[in-house]
Every structure is written in structure tokens, then in C-alpha cells.
Write a protein that binds this ligand. Sequence first.
Ligand code: NAI
Length: 286
Amino acid sequence: MKVIGVIGAGQMGAGIAQLAAVSGADVWILDKDVGALKNAKMSIYDSVQRFVSKGQFDKEVGNNAIARLQYTSNLEDLRSADIVIEAIVENEDVKKKLFAELDKIVKGSAILASNTSSISITRLATSTNRPHQVIGMHFMNPPPIMKLVEIIRGADTSDETFNATKKLAERFGKIVVCSKDYSGFIVNRILMPMINEAFHALYTGVATKEDIDAGMKLGTNQPMGPLQLADFIGLDVCLSILKVLQAGLGDIKYAPCPLLVQYVDAGRLGKKRGIGVYNYRKSPKL
Ligand code: NAI
């Protein structure tokens, strides 16, 4: 895996590209939005400096990693990739369209991986002529810090593809768990109902947002409460995942809380937009 393509330069794609570059690969990071590419470049630079200042790798490793990253909006630039990891919007049709285009561009041996939180890998694979080489590679947020990668095998994913992807995740310093291809896989199947329930608690006035988060943080020994975590993930991402869980598992218990839907409708998408359940802007206070 010498050349790695990452598509989507948002909060996940930037982190994945950083991991790939630090692991020694030449990396192409692609986004349709030039502004997102600029932000990714800055956030990767800042993140690498933080790792260097904490002594997690030396300056030379950091500088080399930054030099190995190339930014583009042209899919053709990913032609030489050994693996492409997709981290675009959580929408099945959009991802399928991208996979179909990629399939025509990248070399025959290349693996197409998706960082999807919940969408069926088996269905994504049907948009390509290489279903044996399509796999889920689900990083946690933020990718450079979180230890886990969930690997999801579609119905046709080959052992070769699985082994190569697992090896790559381990090269990135990650611990792998393997999930079958059912909506939400392991982590989001269990996490999203908890986040949704926290929204219901807020919606029905059980407690303030601060007390819901403090209750779960201190009462169940989690590093942050579920509402704050939802803000970090992105409320739009949480909403999309809940819809996929509801449709895929056919259970009303996954129906998104109306308050979550309303926040997303209002553009309160979480930390990345400066406002979600909490206000991350300096003023006004919520
Ligand atoms: P984001 O909204 O921060 O970034 C998505 C990026 O994809 C944007 O920069 C957008 O311009 C770009 N994009 C959208 N459609 C595109 C296309 N057709 N071609 C090229 N670029 C395109 O989203 P985020 O949070 O990084 O999530 C990305 C994926 O990772 C989603 O599938 C999400 O479910 C998954 N994920 C998200 C996690 C999170 O905590 N936010 C955790 C694990 C997985």
C-alpha cells in the first residue's frame, strides 16, 4: 500500500489522510469543495505539530508526512492508488455514484474502502465491478487519536481484501474489530440509540443538557456525555445514521428524536458549525 487515496476532506477524511501519510504512504486527498481542502491542510498541519510537540513522533516524521500529502478535486489523480478510503457525506446514493466512478478510474487491483458509519457495504459494492475488493474501514472520531477501526466485510469481500485492510489499519497503529454487514455495524448500532435517548431526555425536559451529559459522563465513566459527543460527531451525521438504522433494521426504536431533526433543520450541526446542542461560538450564549 504505497499510494493511498482519501475522498472527503472533512473531519474524518483529514484525520485518515494524516494517518496514511504518517504511516509512510503517498497520499492524495480529494474533495469537491476547495475550501474543505484548505481547511484540511491547516488542520492536518496543526495536528501533526501537536503530535510532534507531545513527542509522539519526531519532527522529521511529521515534516515528511506533510510533504507526502497532495490535495486535489480531480478524481483522475487517484489513478495510482492501491486503496481509496472514502469519507464523504453519509448518503448511500452519493457514495454509490462515487464508487461507480472510482471503479472506472483506479487500477484493477485497488481496494475501495468506505468509512461509512452505517451504510451497507454489500450495497455500495454493487455499484462497482469489483465487489470482492470493496470493504468497510470505519475509523472513530478523531482518527489520529482513537484506537479503533471497525472493519466490515460485505457479502462478497474476499479474504485477501480483508487481510490487506486489516494490515493497513494495524500499520496506522489501530486495533481492529470485525463486524458483519448489518446497519450501524457494532459501534453505531449501540452508540446511536444512546445519543437518541439523550435527545429524548432533553426534548421531554427530564434534565438540562449539562446534567444529562454530566450524569452519563460521571455515572457511566465515559470521557464525554452523549449530547457533547453528538456535537463532536456532527448532528447531521447522527441523524443520517439513525435513519439508516431504522430503515435497515426495521425497528421504530431507532426513529430520530424530533429535537435532533429540528437542530439539523436549523443548521445546528455541532462543533464543526460552531453550534449544535452547545454553542461553541464566543457569543451569544444559548
Ligand atoms: P464532513 O461533513 O466533515 O466531511 C465530508 C466531506 O465530504 C466534505 O468536505 C464534503 O465537501 C465532501 N464531499 C461530499 N460529497 C462529496 C463528493 N461526492 N466528492 C468529494 N467530496 C465530497 O463529514 P465527516 O464527519 O468527515 O463524515 C464523513 C464520513 O465518515 C461519513 O460517511 C460519516 O458517516 C463517516 N464517519 C463520521 C464520523 C464522525 O464522527 N463524524 C465517525 C466515523 C465515520
